[in-house]
Design a protein around this ligand. Structure first.
Ligand SMILES: NC(=O)C1=CN([C@@H]2O[C@H](COP(=O)(O)OP(=O)(O)OC[C@H]3O[C@@H](n4cnc5c(N)ncnc54)[C@H](O)[C@@H]3O)[C@@H](O)[C@H]2O)C=CC1
Ligand SMILES: O=C(O)[C@@H]1CCC=N1
Length: 268
């Protein structure tokens, strides 16, 4: 069985750690690293996991899951990279950074897998996209899948699609929360108590998501089924079109994709 070290255990590192534990990964096969002593104590107490320094993690783990902010990856990899033996697997969770960024710091031939997951991993409903770097084999991809499948769904994509994936599903939960927030405000505008508006829209989101997943119907079909002739829904849709919400979404995701590219450019 593999030993996985989470390097940089902040929000996403903890999401991965807790998911692996929920899935039954033995705690003595997990190591975590962090910069702050208080955070180390918190993780130890919450999960009973061993917190070690980065060098010890490299020595003892055979899979290194890099979960620092992309902006911190250069310092981390310049310190750690050259000492990582080529038989370890490096799994990057970092937005924007291509596998070639990691390869630059690693001994030639070290396999790197790039993943983009999302925060619904906390409830085992993540969408995780997995890509092989130059030296990653089918076995390395399978191992990355084994790590992330307990957290939700996984998909393999060519690395060239990872910036688009980041814009769509990596950041995606934020767009849905934003929408719920705005719709709750709209409910308040219409005179509903905040909690009632919140409960109505959250359950509506859950029901709609399950129908999208389980009915096999195209979203247009599902929307048309709600939209009665001369009814209420079409009046709302007209306003969404007038306010160019579709165009705003296209522009927003393009901006997120471009930001991922910028992060790469700043680090290559
Ligand atoms: N937050 C999100 O929804 C998602 C984030 N990501 C990616 O996950 C990565 C982590 O993001 P978050 O967890 O949100 O950030 P975060 O800031 O919560 O966690 C990063 C952690 O790394 C630690 N760290 C930094 N340098 C270190 C070093 N040299 N040694 C040990 N620990 C170090 C920091 O102290 C911090 O605890 C990023 O690269 C981000 O692009 C990917 C998908 C979704
Ligand atoms: O906002 C970010 O950069 C990270 C990557 C995807 C979701 N959160």
């Amino acid at each position: 069985m593999h030993t996985i070290a989470v390097i940089g255990t902040g929000k996403m590192g903890e999401v991965l750690l807790s998911g692996l534990l929920r899935a039954g990964w033995p705690v003595d096969r997990l190591l975590v690293t962090t910069r702050r002593a208080e955070r180390a104590a918190e993780l130890r107490e919450r999960y009973g996991v061993e917190v070690v320094d980065n060098d010890t993690a490299v020595e003892r783990a055979d899979v290194l899951a890099i979960a620092v902010k992309p902006q911190d990856a250069e310092v981390l990899m310049s310190e750690l990279g050259p000492g990582i033996p080529a038989d370890k697997l490096v799994v990057s969770l970092c937005a924007g950074l291509p596998t070639s960024f990691f390869a630059k710091w690693l001994p030639t031939g070290t396999p790197v897998v790039r993943v983009m997951t999302n925060t619904p991993a906390l409830v085992d409903e993540a969408m995780t996209a997995i890509s092989a770097g130059a030296h990653a084999t089918a076995a390395h991809l399978a191992l990355a899948e084994e790590m992330f499948r307990p957290l939700g769904n996984t998909i393999r994509v060519p690395e060239s699609q990872q910036d688009a994936v980041t814009a769509l599903s990596g950041s995606g939960p934020a767009y849905f929360y934003y929408l719920v927030e705005a719709m709750t405000d709209a409910g308040i505008l219409l005179g509903l108590p905040r909690q009632v508006a919140h409960d109505l829209i959250v359950q509506t989101a859950i029901g709609s998501a399950i129908m999208l997943r389980d009915s096999g119907e195209h979203p247009v079909k599902l929307r048309e089924a709600v939209t009665s002739p001369a009814g209420t829904t079409i009046s709302a849709i007209r306003e969404l079109e007038n306010h160019r919400v579709r165009a705003a979404l296209l522009a927003a995701l393009e901006a997120a994709r471009d930001r991922a590219r910028e992060i790469a450019d700043q680090n290559l």
